[in-house]
Each structure stands twice: as C-alpha cells, then as structure tokens.
Ligand binder design. Structure first.
Ligand code: SF4
Length: 95
C-alpha cells in the first residue's frame, strides 16, 4: 500500500473564507525583498503570486496557517499576519 500524496491529504481540508477580511496582508511595495519573493514558490498553499509589475500579492484563501511566510518575512516586515477570526479559515480533517 502506498502512502497518500500530500495533495490528496490537503484536499480533505475545507476552508471558510472571511470575505473582505484577509488574515494576511502585504504592505504596499514597489520591489519585494528576496524573502517576500521567495514566498511565491514556497507557500505550500500557493497563496502568493508575482504580478506583471514585479510586486507580490497574496490571496489568503486556502492558507493552511503554517506560518512560513510570517517567519520568512519577519525581518523585512512586509506582511501583517494574524490568525483568521474564530470559525473562519482552514478546517483541518484528519484521518
Ligand atoms: S501561513 Fe503558510 S500557507 Fe498561509 S500564506 Fe503563509 S506560507 Fe502560505
């Protein structure tokens, strides 16, 4: 028996969007730091994207609250990171 793929496990989770109240925000910038730019490839939920202008945007829907972006950009201060309000965000399903 083979172990399930990580994508299959993540698919079991559900996400409740808190419309208009994203729990992670990127501060306005013209050029992202290397740390912020790295999140485009390292966020496990694919929440970060690079725009045509070279800036970085986030769509926090689907965030699994791993905290990677919070740690990686801690020194640059480019993001505001909070947990979602109670009842919103990722709903983990185990098993
Ligand atoms: S906390 Fe994790 S999943 Fe959520 S946006 Fe940051 S890196 Fe992506």
């Amino acid at each position: 028996m083979t172990a399930p793929r990580i994508e299959e496990k993540l698919f079991q989770n559900r996400y409740l969007v808190d419309a208009g109240r994203p729990h992670i925000r990127i501060r306005p910038h013209e050029k992202p730091s290397a740390a912020l730019l790295a999140m485009v490839d390292t966020c496990p939920a694919g929440c970060y994207l690079e725009t045509d202008k070279g800036t970085v945007e986030i769509v926090a829907d689907g965030c699994i609250e791993c905290g990677t972006c919070r740690v990686v950009t801690q020194k640059t201060g480019e993001i505001e990171w909070n947990y979602p309000r109670g009842g919103f965000g990722i709903l983990f399903k185990f098993g």
